[in-house]
Design a protein around this ligand. Structure first.
Ligand code: HEC
Length: 133
C-alpha cells in the first residue's frame, strides 16, 4: 500500500501541469514518427522561434516578429497591430495552462511563419523553449 501511495504521488506530481501531459503526448507522437527521437531540445526550440521564413502574405517573419525575442515582454501582432501579452509563463502565469488554446495557436502560428503545421518534435522543442524563458 505504501508503494502504491508513492506511485500515485509521483504520477500526480508528473501530471500536475496540463502542459506536462501535453509534452508527454507530443513525445509519444514524436517517437511514433521517428524511433530515434531522443527528447525535446530548447536550443532547437529557440531556432524554431527566432529563425525567419517566408510566411503569411509573403512576409519574411519569425515567431519573434510578433512575440519579440524577449518572452518576458509584451509583443505586437505585426498584421493587426494588437498588443500581445508576454508568452513566458514567468511573466504571465496563464500561459501554457489551457492546452486547447496552446494547440489552436500553435497550429495557426506555425502556418503564419512556416506555412504548414509544426511536427510533434517542433512543437515540443518550441514549448520547452517557451517554458525555459
Ligand atoms: C502574426 C503574429 C504571430 C506570430 C508570427 C506568432 N504568434 Fe503566437 N500568438 C499570436 C497571437 C495573436 C496569440 C493569441 C493571443 C494571446 O494569447 O495573447 C498567440 C498565442 C500563442 C501561444 C498561446 C500561448 C498560451 O498558452 O496562451 C503560443 C504557444 C504561441 N503563440 C507560440 C507561437 C510560436 C511557436 C510561433 C512561431 C511558430 C508564434 N507563436 C508566432 C501571434 C503570433
Amino acid at each position: 500500500m505504501k508503494y502504491l501511495a508513492v506511485l500515485l504521488t509521483v504520477s500526480i506530481a508528473l501530471f500536475a501541469y496540463p502542459i506536462d501531459s501535453y509534452l508527454v503526448q507530443l513525445k509519444k507522437e514524436a517517437i511514433a514518427k521517428d524511433a530515434n527521437f531522443k527528447g525535446f531540445d530548447a536550443n532547437r526550440g529557440k531556432e524554431i522561434f527566432t529563425s525567419k521564413h517566408i510566411g503569411k502574405r509573403g512576409k519574411k517573419i519569425s515567431c519573434a516578429s510578433c512575440h519579440t525575442n524577449n518572452l518576458l515582454n509584451y509583443g505586437e501582432n505585426i498584421f493587426t497591430g494588437k498588443k500581445i501579452k508576454p508568452l513566458s509563463p514567468k511573466a504571465n502565469p496563464k500561459r501554457l495552462t489551457d492546452i486547447k488554446k496552446v494547440k489552436k495557436w500553435l497550429r495557426r502560428n506555425f502556418k503564419d511563419v512556416y506555412k504548414r503545421e509544426g511536427t510533434p518534435q517542433e512543437k515540443g522543442d518550441v514549448l520547452l523553449y517557451i517554458l525555459n524563458n
